[in-house]
Design a protein around this ligand. Sequence first.
Ligand code: URA
Length: 243
Amino acid sequence: MASNSQPPSQTVGPEYRPAGLKPIATVSTPLSQKNVHILPQTPQLIALLTMIRDRNTGRADFIFYSNRIIRLLVEEGLNHLPVVGQEVSTPVGRSYAGVKFEGKICGVSIMRAGESMEQGLRDCCRSVRIGKILIQRDEETSKPKLYYDKLPEDIADRWVLLLDPMLATGGSALMAIEVLRSRGVPEDRILFLNLIASPEGAKNFADRFPKVRVVTAFVDAGLDEKNWIVPGLGDFGDRFYTM
Ligand code: URA
């Protein structure tokens, strides 16, 4: 069923500016699910999202600004990975108590739109392994169907960053988690990175897999009668790859 609740608005701008001089913008719908992490609604993020939502933004700019948001998502996703203490010596002869990442990771993109997020992951994690899953709606049953998957052999020993920019009903993402679980990946080692989610898709997904962490830039107002996210940005894959 179509939904379109009123999302929250707030003033957006740097702290030094008086509230009366800041524009009011729509920000992410908050969700109570503890496993959904919404990026801080900073002026920068809202400006980037404004660019990619604009129907008049051409493909080159769409790619450029999407990549900047993807980078923020990957950096935030990496904060959820475990670290261990690591002490190093600096060039001035002092020691510094820091940390380093523990464990192996891989990316898994849900084709085709999820492939747009692979470069952002590679930019942060050099020579990261990346698997792929193709899920499409079955014409006869209208249910999501798995058509193809190619995943690292040792995926069960890795943390998995699952990549899909748009979470509408959540059907594909739910099926992708089932595929990962069937390969032995524990739920609590999966991070789902996503640019824009619908509230119903995000809630459905987060309730069904409470140990999977979702990192999203924005939860929108809802879905329309054709299951487009609204206000959304249209078809992400078309705008990134073909328009
Ligand atoms: N996929 C998209 O690309 N856009 C939507 O609005 C929903 C799913």
